[in-house]
Design a protein around this ligand. Structure first.
Ligand SMILES: NC(=O)c1ccc[n+]([C@@H]2O[C@H](COP(=O)([O-])OP(=O)(O)OC[C@H]3O[C@@H](n4cnc5c(N)ncnc54)[C@H](O)[C@@H]3O)[C@@H](O)[C@H]2O)c1
Length: 667
């Protein structure tokens, strides 16, 4: 047995390991605000010590107290493993169950130091998107996965492995919940408090569900959004060519924007306030050029637009400085958006203008009230600049980061006369009607051989499957199909893999099922050298209830309910998912969204074939049926089609009331 396997199987070591210094060369989570009173701090330390035998307590108790005081959280840095955490070949993980080994691989990828945003704090993306709350949970979880069989299920409560419970072969191997709260205790400060106590965590969407595949995960969706945004404002446009898109954020997800802008053939300008993030994306080749001088940057962008060049330019500074300079120079920008982490405005998601990154971090920890005021003042300036530019003809959309919501809460001029947001969310205008209502969403897969050759074989299989389907696709979805075929054909060339050998490809129910079936066959006949994990972003048709994002184009009042996401995860779990997850928060913030997802291992068996068909059909059509019931006409079309394909599907269809009848009522 390799040493790596032995260490994993050990779990929490019986002897206390040497103390570890923090790595100064990587990004660390900002210190969290001090929320707990003395008794609560004692409780947090008692809670943390539950993971360790009593003989370690005299050393660990003061150490954890210091971590809590310094960082606002207990990460248990001493227990960080010495080996490199990364996706490896599935057989390199110790296991009795191949499904459990696949989960180890996926969660390791989420904590890979080249991928995770603040790896030593177990944060994958979005500032607070955690895989685990502390290193003890990681060690214990990996140990359980290494020893479990196909007749057990690992239960994870917000990163805490509650244990292995007897189940059966068709049950999920892991059930993950993150941040599930009693609704009245789901305000942002509740998160700070209960996370500091060590009893809950913010799993974002894909971090806490082990489905993050690096910034590639979002590139495809962003490309589709930009292509369709360009077509929306210019009916003769095929893509973003000859247009400038201005936005912000080069973090976990937002880092995909410059790459997508170039794939969509436009000029993309992105402001990023954290130089470490800017240069990380530059070194990875995700952004082409970095500027500190705003005028030089804007001159370069204008020249590129004139030459119809596709290029991405980063501004190493605050987005508000960039917008204000654009206003001052009266430069026409075709499309604008924002991807700072405004779902988390007071704890490092959004940086105030007029001070540098380090100063802002200091103020955030030492004077949170003043910091909050600075953020709100910055949002006022931010909104004013956007308003001026949209009056001059720019198309602006909210990019699912709670920009509109937080701006309105900060009292900016963001509401129109009817009291609703002046700008649409990208889901209202683009992703909802053009993708989700038809069932298109961010399907993804990971080759557990960790071999790029397997990935390129899967790319080829997927593109052949889609081309075959496209021959008979109805006109309504032909454009989506051809965008997705173009994407998968050039996905390899675009060199987007960071970490595991993963691919994202937007597809509808038919596409997802047929691609999965073809992969499973290719594993059976040896074309692929090892099993494949399927999954998706939670940012999808059925997985997420989020009134300002995924379900922003639901207009029957049900956008504030979360039945769809809960039904979805329950339905996935008994139809064959290998693991399922359901989260509070993610994307737009704690208390603002319920989102869920799944992973399923294709191992070339008949069982896998049966499970994938049953689960994927449900996983997409659940959301389409709900969208159809909300009277979305694209979804009516898609669910009627699904019922023809599978006569066992019988969905309640809405009757449409006559507008004159309703408007004429005496109410
Ligand atoms: N639209 C989508 O499909 C989608 C997908 C994923 C995430 N999101 C949302 O987008 C946001 C960003 O996600 P992420 O994973 O990139 O988060 P992140 O925290 O990793 O990145 C955000 C970046 O914005 C930078 N930033 C903050 N304030 C700034 C300012 N004033 N000027 C310039 N830069 C600033 C931060 O330094 C950080 O690097 C989140 O709210 C997330 O939920 C949207």
């Amino acid at each position: 047995m390799t040493n790596f396997k032995k260490v994993i199987k050990t779990g929490i070591p019986s002897e206390i390991p040497a103390k570890k210094d923090l790595n100064p060369n990587i990004s660390h989570a900002p210190n969290r605000k001090d929320m707990l009173n003395k008794e609560e701090k004692q409780l947090a330390i008692r809670n943390a010590l539950r993971y360790f035998p009593e003989h370690m307590h005299t050393i660990l108790a003061p150490e954890f107290a210091k971590e809590l005081k310094t960082f606002g959280r207990i990460y248990m840095y001493r227990f960080m493993p010495d080996y490199e955490i990364k996706a490896r070949h599935i057989e390199d993980f110790p296991h009795k169950s191949k499904q459990a080994a696949a989960i180890q691989m996926m969660l390791s990828n989420n904590l890979d130091f080249t991928i995770a945003q603040h790896p030593e704090e177990l944060i994958t993306y979005g500032g607070n998107g955690a895989v685990f709350q502390n290193w003890a949970q990681y060690l214990l979880c990996m140990q359980y996965l290494s020893e479990m069989t196909d007749e057990q299920t690992l239960v994870l409560y917000s990163g805490h492995p509650m244990g292995l419970f007897p189940s059966h072969k068709d049950a999920p191997r892991a059930v993950v919940t993150n941040g599930m709260m009693i609704p009245n205790y789901s305000k942002p400060d509740d998160y700070e408090k209960y996370n500091a106590l060590g009893v809950t965590q913010y799993g974002q969407m894909t971090a806490g569900s082990f489905m993050y595949i690096g910034p590639q995960g979002i590139v495809h969706g962003t490309t589709i959004t930009l292509l369709n945004a360009a077509r929306k404002i210019d009916s003769s446009a095929k893509d973003l060519c000859g247009k400038i898109f201005v936005t912000s954020g080069l973090g976990g997800m937002s880092g995909a924007q410059p790459k997508a802008g170039v794939i969509a053939k436009g000029v993309c300008i992105v402001a990023e306030v954290n130089s470490q993030a800017t240069y990380k994306r530059y070194e990875q080749g995700w952004v082409d050029e970095v500027f500190t001088d705003l005028n030089k940057l804007l001159d370069r962008a204008i020249a590129a637009r004139e030459k119809l060049e596709a290029v991405s330019l980063a501004y190493d500074g605050n987005i508000v400085d960039l917008w204000e300079r654009i206003v001052e120079r009266n430069i026409h920008i075709e499309i604008g958006s924002d991807q700072t982490s405004l779902h988390n405005p007071w704890a490092g998601g959004y940086y105030p203008v007029g001070m540098d990154y380090a100063q802002a971090n200091k103020m955030m920890a030492n004077n949170p009230d003043a910091f909050k005021k600075e953020v709100q003042n910055t949002l006022v300036r931010h909104t004013n600049a956007i308003n001026t530019l949209t009056e001059r003809g720019m198309y602006f959309f909210d990019y699912g980061n709670a920009f509109l919501l937080e701006s309105s809460r900060a009292g900016t001029d963001i509401l129109n006369e009817q009291g609703v947001f002046k700008y649409p969310s990208y889901v209202q205008d683009i992703m909802g009607p053009m993708c989700f209502d038809y069932g298109f969403g961010p399907f993804r897969w990971v080759c557990t051989s960790n071999d790029p050759k397997d990935l390129s074989i899967t790319d080829k299989i997927a593109s052949e499957v889609l081309e075959e389907i496209m021959k008979n696709s109805p006109d309504e979805i032909k454009l989506q199909m051809s965008d997705n075929i173009n994407w998968i054909k050039s996905a390899g060339e675009n060199k987007m893999v960071v970490g595991s050998q993963a691919r994202i490809l937007y597809a509808d129910a038919e596409g997802r099922m047929k691609i999965a079936e073809a992969f499973n066959k290719a594993i059976t006949d040896g074309t692929l050298s090892a099993p494949v994990v399927l999954g998706r972003d939670h940012h999808d048709v059925s997985g997420t209830d989020s009134p300002y994002r995924e379900t922003a184009n639901i207009y029957d009042g049900s956008q504030f309910t979360a039945d769809m996401a809960i039904q979805n995860v329950i339905g996935d779990s008994f139809r064959g998912a290998t693991w399922v997850s359901i989260h509070n928060g993610g994307g737009v913030g704690w208390g603002e969204v319920i989102n869920g997802g799944f992973g399923i291992l294709l191992d070339g068996t008949k069982d896998a074939d049966r499970r994938l068909k049953s689960m994927l059909f449900w996983d997409v059509n659940n959301g389409i049926s709900r969208r159809s019931w909300a009277r979305n006409k694209e979804a009516n079309f898609a669910i009627e089609r699904a019922m023809k394909i599978n006569p066992d599907l019988k969905v309640t269809m809405p009757n449409i009331a006559n507008d004159d009848l309703i408007n004429g009522l005496d109410l």
